[in-house]
Write a protein that binds this ligand. Structure first.
Ligand SMILES: [Ca+2]
Length: 215
């Protein structure tokens, strides 16, 4: 607010000053030390508040990116397989979040011994699959997984076995895990197949990571 006043000795009007802050005719600041202190504090607190907001925004963004890249899709998918060896070997056991490698405890998928057995995960919509991890059983038959292929795509032709190949198991140690980088291969179905021979396909755990694919 602009205030006009008269000099008490000369009666001449003081040119102008401001109720809060300003410069007197003699060049001195009219802001009281307390007001100056409060203003300084207010300015510093405002800057600090903005900095805290910026940090929260950055952390929140990082959290989302981390979450998107590391989404374990197996837990939300639907699993099926070419056959079931016994009541402990349901297809869903390969994506139950339990990596226990002793199949007698009921956390592995196990097919019967048959020609070209397969296991398939339906992600329910198309994803860009970044990587797939396969954990071998430890209680027997370690070599059964040798040559198994991971196929990813949208087709159910040939049970999904004709989709593009992300990787091939050379051999996984008893109870070991192998990771395959699929580099964003797009598909709704992730199929593991042992091609060209008779075997029982057992999977202690399959972990599929990816982000939702937008057309
Ligand atoms: Ca399991």
């Amino acid at each position: 607010m602009r205030v006009l006043a008269s000099d008490q000795y000369t009666g001449q009007p003081v040119r102008s000053c401001y109720e809060e802050g300003g410069i007197n005719l003699d060049g001195r600041s009219t802001i009281s030390p307390v007001t100056q202190l409060l203003r300084t504090l207010e300015s510093k607190l405002s800057r600090m508040y903005l900095q805290i907001c910026a940090v929260i925004l950055v952390l929140s963004g990082l959290g989302k990116a981390h979450h998107a890249a590391d989404l374990n899709l197996g837990l939300q998918g639907r699993a099926t397989q070419s056959s079931v060896d016994n009541f402990l070997g349901n297809a869903i056991n390969a994506v139950d979040g339990n990596p226990n490698t002793d199949c007698s405890l009921g956390s592995c998928s196990i097919t019967a011994t048959e020609q070209e057995p397969w296991w398939r995960l339906d992600l329910l919509s198309a994803y860009e699959v970044t990587r797939v991890s396969v954990t071998n059983r430890a209680d027997c038959c370690t070599g059964n997984l040798n040559g198994a292929e991971i196929r990813i795509g949208d087709s159910l032709v040939n049970y999904g076995k004709s989709n593009a190949r992300c990787g091939t198991v050379e051999s996984i140690a008893s109870g070991g895990t192998q990771h395959f980088n699929c580099n964003g291969m797009v598909g709704r179905y992730v199929t593991v197949v042992i091609p060209g021979r008779q075997a029982s396909l057992a999977l202690a755990e399959v972990t599929v990571f990816g982000i939702e694919h937008h057309h």
